[in-house]
Each structure stands twice: as C-alpha cells, then as structure tokens.
Design a protein around this ligand. Structure first.
Ligand code: PLP
Length: 267
C-alpha cells in the first residue's frame, strides 16, 4: 500500500511528519524531545488541577497522531479503553451494526453488552456492503475495522459511512492496522477513529495504549468533549512514561510500515 504524499497545508510528507510532529518549540539550547511529567496534581488556578484530566506528556503524542489523522486525538490507557469510550457514545438500548469478524475484544464487549440488555448488536459481514447497508436503518453506530484483525477483511469505508449517516448513525473506524499513513478515515467523514497504539503507532511491543481521533468540525468537537469526559470519568488514562515511549516509537512508523508492506507483498 502507498503511504500518503505531501500535505498541501504544511508541505510536509507524512514520512517527515512522524519525525517532526510533537517536538517542543525550537529555541537555542532547547531539548529536541518533550519532557516526561510525573504528577498527580497541578498548582491551582491553571487550566487543569488534576492529572486524570490531562498530562503535558500526552499532548505531543496526541498532537502528532491528531495531525496525521487530520483531527483531534485523545490518548487512552489501551486500545480497548479507546474502544469502550467510542462505544459509550451509543445510548442505553441503542443499536450497533458491527463486523462479525472485528477484533475479538470488540466482539466480546458487544456480545456481553447485548447479553446485559444494554445494546442490540446486528452482526454483519463488512465485505458485503449491501448487507451492511440493509442493517443500518434505526442503528446508532456503525463499527468498522479495516483491515480487520486477524482476517484482514476490508470494508468500503467511504460508501458505508455515507449510508450510515443517511440512516442517522455515527461511524467509528478502528484504524489500527492501516495507520494514518495508509488510510485517513476522517477524510471519508467517519466520526470517530480508534487506535490500538500498542501496535504500529508505538511499534516496539513495550506499551499498551489507545487513541480516539475526531474531526475538527462542530460535531467532531462535540464528540471530542464527550470522549474526553468519558476518559476522565472512567479513569482509563495513559501513564506519562508510556505516552513518551509511544511518541518515540512513532518516529520510525513510516520505515516500519514500508518494511511490513514489503514483507507482506513478498509473502
Ligand atoms: C484492531 C484492534 N483494535 C483494538 C485492539 C485492542 O487494543 P489494546 O490491546 O491496546 O487494548 C487490538 C489489540 O490487538 C486490535 O488489534
């Protein structure tokens, strides 16, 4: 798969962006890397009093992934924490259309939520766009994962998003396997992008982290606020050291992805 080319706004290619984003302001003598802030509490009268709400070590990684995806990112303690935050957008008694072959943690979460009477799940084969479209009327959320883990199923993200919006449903896409260097679902009007940063983004098998990303539009900003509140109240927050390691790992995303794609092509 081809990585995206230059961004017209910044004239930087994503390959450069993964190296350059999230750096502190350049000044003589300044560090090239952000510091790690270990704190539970901040001195009163600033924007945030308590580190379950925000941590300055999250910010550069969130800014980097947000910019790569073309939206605003929120860092979570794991991919599953980000998944749960996105699923929390579904009202109690709501309906989710979801891939039968989604990541197992998502399938189990939705199966248990349905068994508890919290949601109705319509399981679909996402490679069959007509079947997905037929399941959409009355749904609150369409969940997609493309390519999926582990079957690498592909969904028509743009077409299904348009159909879901016509039916009044939000759309969440788990972009863990493609990464924003290969696919940017917000450009297809998707409402929430979800990542297990544990995989390609961090890339070194040394952290568990997740993200949501929403568009910088009025509805996207509203979703961002709801997801941030969910993060604060669930307490599913990243440790600052993990956030720092993930940003360091992101620096080599483009190179790692090139090799992964080349290896896959060989196989
Ligand atoms: C596609 C996908 N989404 C979500 C998750 C969950 O992420 P985490 O393990 O970081 O909680 C995984 C983990 O394997 C995954 O592969």
């Amino acid at each position: 798969m081809e990585q995206h080319e230059h961004d017209a706004q910044t004239d930087l290619s994503p390959r450069t962006k993964v190296v350059a984003l999230g750096r502190p302001e350049r000044a003589p003598g300044a560090s090239l890397n952000p510091p790690v802030t270990f704190t539970s509490t901040y001195v009163q009268d600033g924007p945030v009093n308590y580190a379950r709400v925000d941590n300055p070590t999250w910010t550069p990684f969130e800014q980097a992934v947000g910019e790569l995806e073309g939206g605003r990112a929120l860092l979570f303690a794991s991919g599953m924490a980000a998944v749960q935050a996105a699923l929390s957008l579904v009202p109690t008694g709501g309906t989710v259309v979801a891939p039968a072959a989604a990541y197992n943690g998502v399938v189990v979460s939705l199966t248990e939520a349905q068994a508890d009477g919290r949601v109705t799940v319509r399981w679909v084969d996402v490679t069959d766009s007509e079947a997905v479209a037929a399941a959409l009327p009355g749904a609150d959320l369409l969940w997609l994962e493309s390519p999926s883990n582990p079957l690498l199923e592909l969904a028509d993200i743009a077409g299904l998003t348009a159909a879901a919006h016509e039916a009044g449903a939000l759309v969440a896409v788990d972009n863990t396997f493609a990464t924003p260097l290969l696919q940017r679902p917000l450009q297809d009007d998707v409402d929430v992008v979800v990542h297990s940063a544990t995989k390609y983004l961090a890339g070194h098998s040394d952290v568990i982290l997740g993200l949501t990303v929403t568009a910088d539009t009025e509805s996207g900003r509203e979703l961002h606020t709801r997801l941030a509140r969910q993060r604060t109240l669930s307490g599913a927050i990243a440790g600052p050291m993990e956030a720092w390691l993930a940003l360091r790992g992101l620096r080599t995303l483009s190179l790692r992805l090139e090799r992964a794609c080349a290896n896959a092509a060989d196989l």
